[in-house]
Design a binder for this molecule. Sequence first.
Ligand SMILES: *Cc1c(COP(=O)(O)O)cnc(C)c1O
Length: 396
Amino acid sequence: MSRIPKSLVRRTGWPSSTSRPVVTPLQTSVVYASPDPDALDQQYEHGTGYTYAREGHPNADVLAAKIDMLEGAPDLFEAAGIVTGSGMSAVGATFLGLLKQGDHVVGGDQLYGRTLRLMTQDLPKLGIETSLADPTDARAIEAAIRPNTKMIVVEVISNPTIRVADMEGIAQIANARGILLVVDNTFTTPRLYQPFAHGADIVIHSVTKLLAGHSDVTLGYVACKDPEHRTLIDTANASWGMTPSPFDCWLAERGMHSFDLRFDRAQATATRLADALAEVSGVTRVIYPTRPDHPDHNRAMGLLGGRGGNMLSFELVGGRAAANAMTRAAPDVAFAPTLGDVGTTLSHPASSSHRALTEADRTALGISEGFFRVSVGIEEPDLLIEEMVNSAQAAS
Ligand SMILES: *Cc1c(COP(=O)(O)O)cnc(C)c1O
């Protein structure tokens, strides 16, 4: 039994028990008490214990270890991944930790919207040059390289047009020239693609999306091949205060118990849904990697092992009016600009992620007013497909 406390302020001892909890404990402590200054020296110099939650805490490390395992990280190198307060802080900490004034970065021209903004607006303010190029064409990426190029940043599947990057070509170019290859693996997840096995130096995730999977936490992850890079990113993450909350890490780790099952179910439904939507007369095109009419079909089949993931896009012939009718006809499918939730979500890039672009720029990307992106969830497949097909028909 625990001791009877002598004061309300003194911490009550934790009851002793020969059994142990089955579930990962949630450790919310901000500070950790050490036995004496010698022990504190050991903690700082050899990482023998936690000191302060901004510098690291058990729930972040438990979560990181799970993602490390999925990414094949422990087989490749010693340094474990770092959990950050959001996907954007994983991107931000990578940039802040590894880049300096005068460096140049090449990014894919269809990166996640905030990452694009960081590249085009924020990095230049720090004296870091950036260029964007089409990642489906490794020669375009190569042409953007300058003598001071330090890093190439790509996503495997583009948002929202579901194009598949030439990862093999880009990795060859980056590896041959000693340029760091950073892969944001959020859309693909390690279930579809493992960047470290294909020449990546750094892997980033928005854990917020498919990995945590329940739309109730905002978290990120970054892992590096080189332990020195890890130290630099970890330091940036702590110094700029981008570290995660223990509770969020706890929730995400809990969500990850079912990640494989969720992913496989959503993917199987997405494959069926893509074919079903393609049959609807008012649907002009469906973009899904395993469909033979996908613009990067052969590459996608090779890179993704014949699987297509849970994301697809489609276009209604009737423009904005049809888009309004579609979302109203499918009230159980959340019309919300996110992805990776247990429930299917529908997003309309022209009015959300790509609203800042001119119509001409959107048209060049193939994003019309009738264009939707779908993040397929894990609801009953027949029910979902019926709802989606009926609402697309109603909107046609
Ligand atoms: C959502 C997302 C991010 C940003 O993640 P947050 O957790 O929302 O900060 C970065 N990259 C990709 C590909 C994303 O989908």
